[in-house]
Design a protein around this ligand. Structure first.
Ligand code: AMP
Length: 172
């Protein structure tokens, strides 16, 4: 299935110069959404992970479905101040600004294998921050899954020591 046709370009959102990749047309089309999950699941199955770490907020959409389908624990990685219990945090650079992410300090047990899931890989800063948090908690990062990759931002180079799976590529 050609998934690219379900991704809508929104120029200058949320800042001038950024072309935002809007996945809501894909989510609104059940066959496209389910197909996206199936191709991600196909790679996820290779790793036998204990937990899926999904990144707020669009990562939750894919991460939660994959976790439930595959009977894997779901761990939300959230923007600051959202999680109610004791957290660890990491700050990072975004394609369009700076941000902080948090997760609960007891969300992963040492030695657990995890997959990191998000909708889109841009500069890789977000993914790297999540890798750092997972490692602080003693996890083994088995793989990273993103539906979309903005190839021209070369985010993959930042996380090149881990298996990275992406499915829709934008070259420019
Ligand atoms: P990065 O840390 O640069 O790899 O950015 C990845 C995160 O920012 C993901 O959570 C994406 O959802 C979001 N993001 C970055 N750039 C875009 C974009 N052009 N369109 C949609 N989402 C984006």
């Amino acid at each position: 299935m050609d998934l690219e046709k379900f991704i809508r370009d929104i120029p200058d959102f949320p800042k001038p110069g950024i072309i935002f990749k809007d996945i809501t047309p894909l989510l609104a089309e059940p066959e496209a959404f389910i197909y996206s999950l199936k191709i991600m699941e196909n790679d996820l199955k290779k790793y036998n992970v204990h937990k899926i770490l999904a990144i707020e907020s669009r990562g939750f959409i894919f991460g939660a479905a994959l976790a439930a389908w595959n009977k894997i624990g779901f761990v939300p990685v959230r923007k600051p101040g959202k999680l109610p219990f004791t957290t660890i945090r990491e700050s990072y650079e975004l394609e369009y600004g700076k941000n902080i992410l948090e997760m609960h300090h007891d969300a992963i047990k040492p030695g657990e294998k995890v997959a990191i899931v998000d909708d889109l890989l841009a500069t890789g800063g977000t993914a790297l921050a999540v890798i750092k948090m997972a490692k602080k908690l003693g996890a083994e990062v088995s793989c990273l899954l993103f539906l979309i990759e903005l190839d021209f931002l070369k985010g993959r180079e930042k996380i090149s020591s881990y298996p990275v799976h992406t499915y829709i590529h934008f070259k420019e």
